[in-house]
Write a protein that binds this ligand. Sequence first.
Ligand code: APR
Length: 320
Amino acid sequence: MARNKIALIGSGQIGGTLAHLAGLKELGDIVLFDIAEGMPQGKALDIAESSPVDGFDAKLAGTNTYEAIEGADVVIVTAGVPRKPGMSRDDLLEINLKVMEQVGAGIAKHAPNAFVICITNPLDAMVWALQKFSGLPSHKVVGMAGVLDSARFRYFLADEFNVSVEDVTAFVLGGHGDTMVPLTRYSTVAGIPLPDLVKMGWCTAERLEQIVQRTRDGGAEIVGLLKTGSAFYAPASSAIAMAESYLKDKKRVLPCAAALNGQYGLKNTYVGVPVIIGAGGVERVIEIDMNADEKAMFDKSVASVDGLIEACKKIQPSLA
Ligand code: APR
């Protein structure tokens, strides 16, 4: 059986890390695309030269032309400009919308059967626009946000309780931004919901709220520390988990920015919800029950995504 082909559109900090992880996990042959000349070629060669040491077989190529992504099974998009300190994800909107237009055209022409994972921020609006620009079916175009947000939540919880990260599950809904909705009632340590852990005296409700807030601010915390860019290791790991679930038909249940066509009472939008990712792409959107407080937070998050989508339509009327 031929190897899968993974195309990375954008070969910057996240793109390079994606290529390395995809190689280490032997997910397939890898093409790194970027508008910067030499850089994707250099990263491809550097990672290829690590393959004898780590013992993985994959062809790695760097390119500046879309022809090289021909027939890709998975396309992961990080092309665009990352956040600088003091810049919100929304400030990126206008620049990155133009990038999505070019990327969407390239995917439509050369990889129309791919499963496409978008990482470029502001995430929910960019993945919505990328699906429109590419014209690919909406269950084949998904945004990476929830896996990262819930990974941050899981890490903070594991650190707080001094337990293995493997035993912490966490649930984050809504848009990728300051309005994301970490759901404590659906988040557990080995199946014990967080509110029960508060009752058991593992931590106070106030402390839990601080952890929730740190999760919401997780991206900004890294931007503040790095000063010259935004997070890239955890975002890359998160997108690779999604790609792997698709390529291996694992049918993992992962929170992703997915197209909603009636679920949660929403249409023609992308919001972070739990989905099943398998060989069919997004095979199912899981509609969970929310209490009044959670619903209010979710609605606020959806409204903020709607605002960004409306802004995209103003900038690019063909999207309306
Ligand atoms: N086509 C292809 N690549 C592009 C284009 C374009 N039109 N415009 C910019 N790029 C490339 C840049 O040359 C750069 O190499 O996209 C790459 C982005 O890489 P970084 O600047 O290192 O950004 P990164 O940290 O990888 O983040 C990428 O993901 O999390 C989001 O907010 C983040 O939107 C940002 C994206």
